[in-house]
Every structure is written in structure tokens, then in C-alpha cells.
Design a protein around this ligand. Structure first.
Ligand code: GDP
Ligand code: MN
Length: 383
């Protein structure tokens, strides 16, 4: 789950990281009042959960409260990369002397948190990594020790940070690491971390991505979820305990188990099709869940065929078949279905589907099912 810039920076501030003075506004009038209160030039920043807001025109300076109101009015009417801007952050404008990068990210390969710094802040760090990888310095502290001062110093020296800033930088790096660990983040990033005209370090931009699996431990953070982050379909899926990720193919996939769902997508691709989604309906797979899953899949206009791949272990195949038929009764799909049911009571499940009044083709192997689904999606005869 992604946090907004203002939410991320508020968390950073709790860990001793200096951030600009500022507040969130939802109307141009509020932005004007906040600018007047600050009594300084401000920067108006769109709060949307995508990067590159600056380039998209979603970050602008304003010198007076009147200008702040006008700029906020424009930005609040914008859409950035498809996301509506509903809030702006009104921050005191920083006088920027240099832009650095400091970020912590979960490094699964090394099983550690990688902390990276660069003298090339402000721009996409991916760009720096591609163009001049030597400009990124990384440390991976041992998880039992955490980030120590010497780690931070080696980052500071590695990016050629002037000596007078090393102490402040060390505090910031420690705060960032601690914020990452205590909030169960997978990413915590300051880009840019600026050296100001007053020779201070300041976190001008902030980004935190939280580990969804850790959210149960942080109800206060879970409550910060922005519904605009997800598509309506993804939200409905989450609310029903389904893992659903929309893709851009034409074969809807309904599978129980994440591993089986991945394998199903692979095999669909192998036979020349392309999956419209990743969907794990979970182990229980009650009729109601199957119905929700079906609605989600069929709500995607790109779907030309549906592949149901169920391994009946705890759930019996006849139950799944019954759930599927009930759901089809309610949803009335217009596209062909291919179902592969294996496991407990599979013959019974298959028989129920074959006798149903809907166009359901059954298959016994995954290869067979994938080939049939690919043909069905292309409108070709089913092999
Ligand atoms: P992003 O484009 O979404 O990453 O948003 P950022 O907050 O990182 O802002 C992009 C760029 O706008 C920064 O790298 C700065 O160059 C500039 N910027 C942001 N805030 C300020 C500010 O307070 N003063 C000045 N002068 N520039 C700013
Ligand atoms: Mn940024």
C-alpha cells in the first residue's frame, strides 16, 4: 500500500527527519489561507500516488497567497496519469542548493534492507541506475544490528557529501531506517533530500510503500489507504478476500491458490493466449466468493473467454461446480468457459458442468484447458 507524500513526510518527521513546514488543502481557498499563514513563498504539490508529478505540472511555486490560490485551483482540477488530484500539499518553498537521493528498500535477494544514496537526487533513481550506476552507493546493514553511524558515514562519503552535513545526514539515515522497520515498509524514500540555501538538509519529497501483510499490525496506517490507489474491481476483490490483479489480456482466469494461478497464466501464455487477470479465489472458495470472482472477471470488457482452474483439496469439486453454476445463473456470462476441475469428487463436478445450460467446456489437464481457452478466446473451434 502506497502512502501519499504528506503522509510519508509526517511519518519521517516522527523519526527526526527534517521536513518543510506545510499542510494539506482540498480547496483553493484553503491553500490560500495556508500560504498566508506560512507568510513565505510556497510550493503547491499535487497528492497523487504516482511518481513524476513535477514533470506532469503537478508541482508549482507560488509567491503570494493569491498565486497559491490560483495555482491550487489549477492543480486541483488536474488528472495526473489517470488519477484525479483531490488534495494538494502547501509546503514552505525550499531554496535548493543541491538535490540528493536517500532511500531504503527491501532487498529480497540479500534478505536485508538496502539503503541507497546518490548525489543525483530529484530525478528518477531508476534513470540514475541505468545511466550512471556508480553514482549510487548502497549499504545493507545486518538486520540484528540495524543501520549504524558507520553505514551512514560510508553513504555520505560515498556520494561526496560536504563534511558539515555528515552529522545531519547520519541522523536522517538512521531515522529513515527505523521508520522503515517499525512501520513494516517495503520502500521508504526521500527524493530529493536537499541541501538548502541555509545549509540545512531537508526532506522535500517523501514516499513510503507499506507491506500489505504487515498492515494488520498497524491499524492507524491501514486507515490511510486511498481508495483511488486501486481500481474499483481491485477494491471489491480485496474486500472479499480475493487477490485480484487486472492485466490487459483476453482470457479471464479463476484459480484457487496463488501458485496455481501463476502456473495457469504461464501455460496460457505458452499456448499463445494472454491472461486478463491474476485471480486467487483462495482455499475455501464458497459460492459467494465464486460469484464475486465471476463478476470481477466479466466486468472487464477485454475478456473473451474464461478459464476456471480449480484443484479440489479442502474444497470438493462438486461444491465448486455448484458455486460456479449458481454464480453463472446470477451473472449470465456471454463468453465461453473452460473449466478444469481436479481432485476430490472431480467426476461429479465435471458432470454437473457438462449438463449445465451454459457453454462450459471441461478439461482434465491444464494444457488441455489452456489450449481450449486460447481457441475459445480467438473464436476458433475448441480442440
Ligand atoms: P516528484 O516529481 O513527484 O518526484 O515530486 P518532488 O517533490 O520530488 O518535486 C520534483 C522537483 O520539484 C524537485 O526535485 C525539485 O527540483 C522541485 N521542487 C519541489 N519542491 C520544491 C521547493 O520547495 N522549492 C524548489 N525550488 N523546488 C522544489
Ligand atoms: Mn520526488
Amino acid at each position: 500500500m502506497k502512502l501519499h507524500e504528506y503522509q510519508s513526510k509526517r511519518i519521517f518527521a516522527r523519526y527526526g527527519i527534517p521536513i518543510p513546514e506545510g499542510e494539506v488543502a482540498t480547496t483553493p481557498e484553503e491553500a490560500r489561507a495556508l500560504a498566508a499563514q506560512l507568510g513565505r513563498p510556497v510550493v503547491i504539490k499535487s497528492q497523487v500516488l504516482v511518481g513524476g508529478r513535477g514533470k506532469a505540472g503537478g508541482i508549482r511555486l507560488a509567491h503570494t497567497p493569491e498565486e497559491a490560490e490560483a495555482v491550487a485551483r489549477e492543480i486541483l482540477g488536474m488528472e495526473i496519469k489517470g488519477l484525479p488530484v483531490r488534495k494538494v500539499l502547501v509546503d514552505e518553498a525550499a531554496e535548493i542548493r543541491a538535490e540528493l537521493y536517500l532511500g531504503a528498500v527491501l532487498d529480497r535477494q540479500h534478505r536485508r534492507i538496502a539503503v541507497m544514496a546518490s548525489s543525483e537526487g530529484g530525478v528518477d533513481i531508476e534513470e540514475v541506475a541505468a545511466r550512471s550506476p556508480e553514482k549510487i552507493v548502497t549499504v545493507r546493514p545486518h538486520p540484528l544490528m540495524g543501520l549504524q553511524d558507520y553505514h551512514a558515514r560510508s553513504l555520505a562519503f560515498g556520494i561526496g557529501l560536504p563534511k558539515e552535513h555528515v552529522r545531519a545526514f547520519t541522523q536522517i539515515a538512521r531515522g529513515l531506517y527505523q521508520a522503515f522497520v517499525e512501520n513494516d515498509a517495503t520502500l521508504a524514500e526521500i527524493n530529493p533530500l536537499v541541501i538548502t540555501g541555509q545549509e540545512r538538509l531537508l526532506a522535500v519529497d517523501g514516499k513510503i510503500v507499506l507491506d500489505d501483510s504487515g498492515l494488520a499490525r498497524h491499524p492507524d496506517l491501514a486507515a490511510l489507504r486511498d481508495p483511488d490507489e486501486e481500481t474499483p474491481a481491485e477494491r471489491e476483490a480485496r474486500e472479499h478476500g480475493l487477490s485480484y490483479i487486472q492485466l490487459d489480456g483476453e482470457i479471464g482466469c479463476m484459480v484457487n491458490g496463488a501458485g496455481l494461478a501463476m502456473a495457469t497464466m504461464d501455460v496460457v501464455k505458452l499456448y499463445g493466449g494472454s491472461p486478463a487477470n491474476f485471480l486467487d479465489i483462495g482455499g475455501g472458495a464458497r459460492a459467494e466468493q465464486v460469484a464475486v470472482a465471476l463478476r470481477l472477471i466479466l466486468g472487464d470488457p477485454r475478456v473473451k473467454a474464461v478459464l476456471v482452474n480449480i484443484f479440489g483439496g479442502i474444497t470438493r469439486c462438486d461444491e465448486v461446480a455448484q458455486g460456479l453454476l449458481q454464480a453463472m445463473e446470477a451473472v449470465r456470462p456471454q463468453v465461453p468457459f473452460v473449466a478444469r476441475l481436479v481432485g476430490t469428487n472431480e467426476e461429479e463436478g465435471r458432470r454437473m458442468l457438462q449438463e449445465a445450460a451454459f457453454p462450459i467446456f471441461t478439461a482434465t489437464s491444464l494444457v488441455d484447458a489452456a489450449q481450449k481457452a486460447v481457441a475459445a478466446a480467438k473464436g476458433e473451434p475448441i480442440p
